[in-house]
Design a protein around this ligand. Structure first.
Ligand code: GLC
Length: 450
């Protein structure tokens, strides 16, 4: 039986058990090789009992959040938070303009919370959603930023110095006590409310994870003696051609990106790219008259722009409960001005989207399994313990993409076996950035084991 061009395209996104296992094995190997990982210098998780007032900032790819975090003990927090969009001008301007703006945002927060610390400094934790080469709990040099940022005069500089200099210019009595990656913030903050948390994952515009590792396994660490430490895996940048099941569409996304060959895993699974995969596959099929035949092989201009098909459209289409797939019709009419889809076209679009979403969930589940194996030691089977392991996950893809959590659970059961998978909890971890940064600032300020 010959299969249609459409089915052939969709099948490329459907992973076999063997392909998923290859990702688990490949990533486990890479975790051993320790190439992308960055030590966090954080050697213990919070107990949930910590108290005090700390400032925090969370600098992501889109927004800057500033917060005053009251740790109330018993896993409770009180947070006053402000959100500011990082403009394109700031993203590609000078370092001084960027850091002055951050100081101004903090000054605005201080007006609202009106803390009276007498002459004492306020301690602040910083969550940074970009890779840094960490040299101490509150020091780290900025590496290549990505996600649309281009601040050449910031590269290689110590983030603490950049912030402290701007606070001096603006007369703010703030001391940077901790600098962490967003995955580390997610892990730390979720452990505050759910002590069985062992892994923190971000599944948003980008993707990455942090977990707890024995220091003897962290070849890059050369700080004070300790047993274990949170490790930022930067799994976004992991993945070798031998085991990443890249389709020609994945290769195309990588080839036209700002940095080809970088963050290939992220480019296959995260929010910035999933919609683009749908668009590229659709364009290809339209040209081959395998879908939307009424277009006679001509791709409308609206579908030709890079990143025009948002991952949000996938969520909208997947959240519809009817087999009519009316949402497909609506998205193509309102966002692309394309009308005339047949019932079959609608089903095909849905099937394509569903396959790409499922692939992402399976690949992230494979990466989580690799972390679980690595954290437990390959030889120590996960069967040796009945403990629950919680994975705290933050980000729009995990939070908003329909059934993502369920699809990940199913993939975990296939990889680890049903019994083991029942001991894994996937939990939504919101606003981990600010709370995690405040918690680490607290531990660091009190000279805890960091
Ligand atoms: C990118 C960054 C990484 C961050 C992730 C999620 O992949 O390199 O540091 O954790 O995005 O925001």
């Amino acid at each position: 039986m010959t299969i249609s061009k459409f089915q052939e395209t969709v099948n490329q996104f459907v992973l076999s058990k063997d392909q998923v296992q290859k990702i688990v094995d490949g990533m486990t190997e890479e975790l051993v090789e320790n190439i992308t990982q960055q030590p966090s210098f954080i050697t213990r998780l919070p107990t949930g009992k910590e108290t005090g007032l700390y400032l925090a900032i969370d600098m992501g790819g889109t927004n800057l959040r500033t917060a005053a975090v009251h740790l109330l003990g018993d896993g409770q927090v009180g947070v006053t938070m402000e959100k500011h969009e990082i403009t394109q001008e700031l993203k590609t301007g000078t370092g001084e303009a960027m850091f002055n703006w951050i100081a101004d945002c903090l000054a605005s927060l201080l007006k609202i919370v009106a803390v009276d610390m007498g002459n004492a400094d306020l301690h602040m934790g910083v969550t940074f959603s970009f890779a840094i080469h960490q040299t101490a709990i509150n020091h780290g040099n900025v590496l290549a930023m990505g996600k649309g940022f281009d601040l050449p005069d910031v590269m290689g500089k110590d983030l603490k110095d950049l912030l402290q200099d701007s606070f001096k210019r603006k007369n703010l009595p703030i001391v940077v006590s901790a600098i962490i990656n967003d995955t580390v913030g997610t892990l730390v903050s979720h452990a505050y409310v759910s002590p069985s948390t062992k892994i923190g994952v971000i599944l948003a515009t980008g993707t990455n994870a942090a977990y707890i590792e024995r220091v003897s396994e962290v070849s890059k660490y050369n700080g004070p003696d300790c047993d274990q430490m949170i490790l930022n895996t930067e799994w976004d940048a992991m993945g070798k051609a031998e085991y990443l099941p890249q389709t020609k569409y994945d290769k195309e996304i990588d080839a036209v990106s700002l940095v080809p060959g970088f963050q290939e895993f992220e480019k296959m699974v995260s929010g910035l790219y999933m919609g683009e995969l749908v668009r590229l596959a659709l364009v290809d099929m339209i040209e081959q008259k395998a879908i939307f035949e009424f277009l006679e092989g001509k791709v409308p201009e609206s579908l030709q722009a890079r990143l025009a098909f948002k991952t949000l459209f996938m969520s909208t289409i997947e959240s519809e409960n009817s087999s009519e797939h009316i949402a497909v019709k609506r998205v193509f009419k309102t966002s692309f001005g394309i009308e005339g889809l047949t019932a079959e076209d609608r089903i095909r679009v849905y099937d394509l989207i569903h396959a790409i979403g499922l692939r992402s969930a399976a690949m992230v589940a494979a990466a989580c399994s690799a972390l679980l194996y690595k954290a437990n030691g390959r030889s120590v089977s996960l069967d040796d313990t009945n403990e629950i392991t919680t994975i705290g996950i933050d980000g729009s893809v995990f939070e908003k993409y329909p059934h993502f959590s369920l699809s990940m659970m199913e993939a975990l059961a296939n990889i680890l076996g049903k019994d083991r998978a029942t001991r894994i909890r996937l939990e939504l971890a919101r606003d981990g950035g600010c709370i995690g940064a405040a918690l680490v600032a607290m531990v660091s300020h009190h000279g805890g084991a960091v």
